[in-house]
Design a binder for this molecule. Structure first.
Ligand SMILES: [Ca+2]
Ligand SMILES: [Ca+2]
Length: 160
């Protein structure tokens, strides 16, 4: 009899623990991809259109769990140059509820677009003989405990 009671008590502790962890992600996030697109809006005044696409694959349950527990996506813009690349903008951080950041069936996604004027921070090279700009982003997924994975995007080239 004592033995059965002990077993039942153990089982109910286990059940409580499982409920307490219900929103904690089951799988560690291991993969992130970042894309940058810079378009030209030839209107007056001219502008550059920046589109960020960041994807952290996982199931929807885990995606919601990560964001509820403080998971976020952080983006820095870099100018690609010989030697060390400089940060030209950022960091910008998206948390749960911020426009453009979603949790869905294929994971966490950031899709964000905005316009900047010609000659903005994207104009990372503007010297005589070197006006062409080479810009990429580094995107980090940072979980609620500070665990981080990151990816560099493609490089966009143009006169920005
Ligand atoms: Ca450059
Ligand atoms: Ca330039």
């Amino acid at each position: 009899m004592n033995r059965i009671l002990t077993k039942l008590a153990t089982a109910s502790v286990a059940a409580v623990t499982a409920i307490g962890l219900a929103t904690t992600p089951a799988q560690a996030a291991t993969e992130i991809t970042a894309q940058l697109e810079i378009g030209f809006n030839t209107g007056v005044p001219a502008a550059r259109t920046i589109t960020l696409s960041v994807h952290v694959p996982m199931n929807e349950y885990d995606a919601n769990g990560y964001l509820i527990h403080g998971g976020r996506i952080q983006v820095r813009f870099y100018g690609s140059d010989p030697g060390t690349d400089q940060v030209i903008y950022g960091p910008i951080t998206w948390y749960r509820g911020d426009h453009g950041l979603t949790a869905g069936p294929d994971g966490i996604r950031l899709n964000y677009t905005w316009e900047v004027p010609q000659g903005s921070f994207l104009n990372e090279d503007d010297s005589f003989g070197n006006r062409g700009d080479e810009v990429y982003i580094n995107a980090k997924f940072i979980d609620g405990d500070g665990g981080t994975i990151s990816d560099d995007s493609n490089i966009e080239e143009g006169i920005f």
